[in-house]
Each structure stands twice: as structure tokens, then as C-alpha cells.
Design a protein around this ligand. Structure first.
Ligand SMILES: C[S@@+](CC[C@H](N)C(=O)[O-])C[C@H]1O[C@@H](n2cnc3c(N)ncnc32)[C@H](O)[C@@H]1O
Length: 439
């Protein structure tokens, strides 16, 4: 029997909630063996990501309506997924959601399960009652449920940016991510834009970054301009990191944490006579860096090496690089829009553990930077512990280094640090710090 989009979504959600599986990997595995049309695949994907994104909100809606212990492992994910459809998917009639929930309960619970009765009762009650929110007096709880973000993270954002800004940041991270692409500087950009228009992607210039376009919808990775390496999928804020270097074109550059290689290819475009050495601790991921470099026609400017960046000074002892990028492993809080489960898997402790790794990497790479060379440290998080605090501690421990202000095509940093929070431009959240080492 071919599985429906809802059955595939439910199977994925059971794995994610019960076993802690990654949603993208689990969903791809389930979709791979399926016979679903593209529309049904899109629907299954929306159900999985939407249910995960709004888990706290949906649990709050169901809490008072579930009067019995949900013993069967499929029941809670089924209720959450059905509540998501009832509350968020206007085009799906409630009748269809109820009928399908009934069928799924019988399919996943077996003949003797009474799960379908529970699902029926709870979902009917939800439709009758409508949605609810906690009292605004408890602003942390209110924002936590409304934006479906754990209370510790709401508290963290309020502490650092105040309550008003927190509401804006939290609402922005539930907006759909933009479909941003970066045009290769090695190809004819006007012609690529014309091709994208012809393919009905209605490209618009980014307000934040040069070479970046915002497309009207996804799916560009299956089109000729993507396959021919005329563009790549890269967020606007992410693309600013490499732009902050001042390249001369013939230098040796180290990309210390490079996979999957979006920034490696971007660096290589600026090096007609130079080379970028791309490291990553995971050998397997370097295949993606090479694929990317090949597709973007810069493979002859890139060498890859599997290595822990905390060992670079041993391995490259006696060698030096003119420019070093540390696009560090981080909590990824700036990517909450694209990776909905990050909000549930990270904790305050993670931010501090990551800070230690980030400082360690910076400490080791700083030993192989040429005199007057440039070091860029970047993260895709807005956590102060991983951003400004790392800069502060690094500078304290490395007095020869200083921050260097930088001016990009559409934005500048007067301090040498640039922090893009997701609500500022509707992009991913990013942090960039540019250092130079004095001779
Ligand atoms: C934020 S991602 C890099 C994204 C990449 N720069 C890009 O633009 O496509 C961080 C990378 O660091 C790698 N990593 C983590 N710890 C590392 C270490 N100690 N040394 C080198 N790479 C590491 C991870 O495997 C991951 O691929």
C-alpha cells in the first residue's frame, strides 16, 4: 500500500519526538521510498516542519483537552500534527483533518487500539474551543507559548534585548525563510538574472548584500543556472562574512571550518592567483566542499583537508596564511527559521561549551596568521556568549590582535563587529568580527 503524505509526516514526527532523530534526515529517508507527487511531498514537509516549529504552542492548545494518558507512541505526534492543520492550514478543511486522523489512528494503532476515539474527542474539542494563550502578565510564559520557544531562550532574549525587541525577534523567527541566492562573480550576472526571470523566480535585489537576490519561491537547485554554477543558495547575512575580507587575489587563505563549503567557494572566486585551504573536522563533509567548488568552477583554487582546527599550528608549523576564516561551530540560533528543532535541543550550557571550542580554534589559528594578516570570526547565532564575549576574551588573551572596522557594499561596521539579528533584515542571524594582527 502506498503511504499518504500524512502517514509519512507522522512516521517522521514519531522518530523526531520519540528517538530524537534529525527531522531533515528522517523526512528524506521516509520520502525517498515513497511514491508521492511533488505536491504531496511539499505537504508532508510542511506538516513535519510546521508541527516541530509550533510544538510548544500546539502542546499548550491540547493540554486541557487531553484527559487521559497518551500511552501509544503515535498518539501525541498525531494530535500535534492534526492540531497544526486545524490551526495553521486554512486551506485544509477540518473535516479532512479529522477523517485522516481517524484513519491514521487505526493504521498506526492497530485494530484493538482505542486511539482513534481519543483523537476524535480531543480534535473536536479543539475545534469547538478555538486557540488560547497564557495571560500577558507572565510575559515570559506568554511569549514562550506564542512563539513556541522554550522559556529559557525567551528569558535570554529579553535579558539581552529587552521585552519589546524580544517580541519582534521571536515573531520574526517564525516567518518563512527567504529564498536567497548568491550570484557567482565569475559569471555574467545580468544574463543569470534574465534566466531567473524567464524561469519565473521574480528575482529582487537584496537590501543587505551585493551579489545576493531574493527569489519568489524555492526549487532553484534543480534549474540550469544552479547546476551550471552561476549561482548558489546562500543567505544574505551569511554572504557578508567573506565580503569583509580585503582580498588582493594572490593570497593563501585558510578556511578553518569549511563544510559544506558555501564560503569556501565564495573566497575562491576572489583568488584568481591564490588558493584556499578548506578544513573540516569531519572528513565526510569535505566531499560537499569539493562538490560545491566544482559546481562553482573554482575547484582549481581549493584544496581540502580533514583536520581539527585546534591542530593547525602543529600541522602547518612554519607556514603562514594571509587570511583566515573561522566560521565557527555554534548554537545556530540565527537559523531558527530554517532549522525549527534547534530551539528545543540547545541549552544555556551548550552556549558556554561552544564558547570554549570557539576560543580554542581562534587561539590555534591565530598562531599561523601572517603579520598584518586578516582573521575573520563568524557565527550563525546571536548568543552573546558565542559572539561579543568570544571577541572580548580572544582580544584579552591576544594583545597583538585588534578589531578592524569594515565597509561593505550595503552595510558597514565601525567597530569591526557586525551583528545581524533575524528581525533586522529578515535574514538569518549572523555575527562577524574582523581582526588584524599587528606586525
Ligand atoms: C558553521 S559550519 C561551517 C559552514 C561553512 N563555513 C559554510 O559556509 O558552508 C561549522 C563547521 O565546522 C566544523 N567543525 C566543528 N568543529 C571543528 C573543529 N574543531 N575543527 C574544524 N572544523 C570543525 C563542522 O563540521 C561544520 O561543518
Amino acid at each position: 500500500m502506498t503511504k499518504s503524505a500524512r502517514a509519512i509526516a507522522l512516521e517522521t514526527l514519531i522518530r523526531v519526538f520519540r528517538d530524537g532523530s534529525y527531522s531533515n534526515i528522517s523526512l528524506n529517508n521516509n520520502l525517498r521510498g515513497s511514491q508521492l507527487s511533488q505536491t504531496d511531498r511539499n505537504f508532508a514537509t510542511r506538516l513535519v516542519y510546521g508541527t516541530i516549529q509550533y510544538k510548544i504552542y500546539l502542546e499548550y492548545q491540547l493540554k486541557g483537552l487531553v484527559k487521559t494518558k497518551l500511552k501509544e507512541p503515535y498518539l501525541k505526534p498525531l494530535l500535534l500534527m492534526s492540531a497544526y492543520q486545524i490551526i495553521f492550514l486554512d486551506k485544509v478543511p477540518n473535516r479532512a483533518t479529522l477523517n485522516e486522523a481517524n484513519k491514521l489512528a487505526k493504521q498506526f494503532g492497530g485494530r484493538h487500539s482505542s486511539g482513534f476515539r481519543i483523537a476524535n474527542g480531543v480534535l473536536h474539542a479543539l475545534i469547538r474551543r478555538g486557540t488560547i494563550l497564557p495571560d500577558k502578565i507572565d510575559s515570559v510564559k506568554y511569549l514562550s507559548v506564542k512563539a513556541s520557544v522554550p522559556e529559557w531562550l525567551v528569558n535570554y532574549i529579553i535579558t539581552n534585548w529587552g521585552e519589546k525587541r524580544a517580541a519582534s525577534i521571536l515573531s520574526s523567527i517564525n516567518m518563512p525563510a527567504k529564498n536567497s541566492v548568491r550570484l557567482s562573480t565569475l559569471s555574467d550576472q545580468k544574463q543569470t538574472i534574465a534566466e531567473l526571470k524567464k524561469l519565473n523566480f521574480a528575482p529582487q535585489d537584496s537590501k543587505l548584500a551585493s551579489n545576493e537576490l531574493i527569489l519568489s519561491h524555492g526549487g532553484v537547485s534543480t534549474t540550469p543556472p544552479f547546476k551550471e554554477g552561476k549561482l548558489t543558495i546562500q543567505d544574505e547575512a551569511a554572504s557578508l562574512v567573506v565580503e569583509a575580507f580585503d582580498f588582493s587575489g594572490d593570497e593563501k587563505v585558510l578556511d578553518a571550518c569549511s563544510a559544506p563549503g558555501g564560503k569556501t567557494a565564495q573566497i575562491a572566486e576572489y583568488l584568481p592567483h591564490g588558493q584556499v585551504t578548506a578544513l573540516d573536522i569531519h572528513e565526510k563533509k569535505l566531499r560537499l566542499v569539493r562538490q560545491n567548488a566544482n559546481r562553482m568552477h573554482v575547484a582549481n583554487r581549493v584544496v581540502t583537508k580533514a583536520m581539527d582546527a585546534r591542530k593547525v599550528d602543529q600541522y602547518f608549523s612554519g607556514q603562514q596564511f594571509a587570511k583566515i576564516l573561522v566560521d565557527a561551530p555554534c548554537s545556530g540560533l540565527g537559523l531558527l527559521r530554517r532549522k525549527p528543532e534547534i530551539r528545543y535541543t540547545k541549552s544555556m550550557k551548550d552556549l558556554l561549551n561552544l564558547q570554549k571550542i570557539q576560543l580554542d580554534i581562534l587561539d590555534h589559528v591565530s598562531k599561523i596568521l601572517e603579520e598584518n594578516g586578516e582573521l575573520i570570526y563568524s557565527t550563525c547565532t546571536f548568543a552573546v556568549e558565542e559572539d561579543e564575549k568570544v571577541v572580548e576574551i580572544f582580544l584579552k588573551n591576544h594583545p597583538k590582535f585588534e578589531l578592524r572596522p569594515f565597509k561593505l557594499a550595503k552595510i558597514e561596521s565601525k567597530t569591526g563587529m557586525l551583528k545581524i539579528i533575524p528581525d533586522s533584515y529578515g535574514s538569518d542571524g549572523f555575527f562577524i568580527a574582523k581582526f588584524v594582527v599587528r606586525g
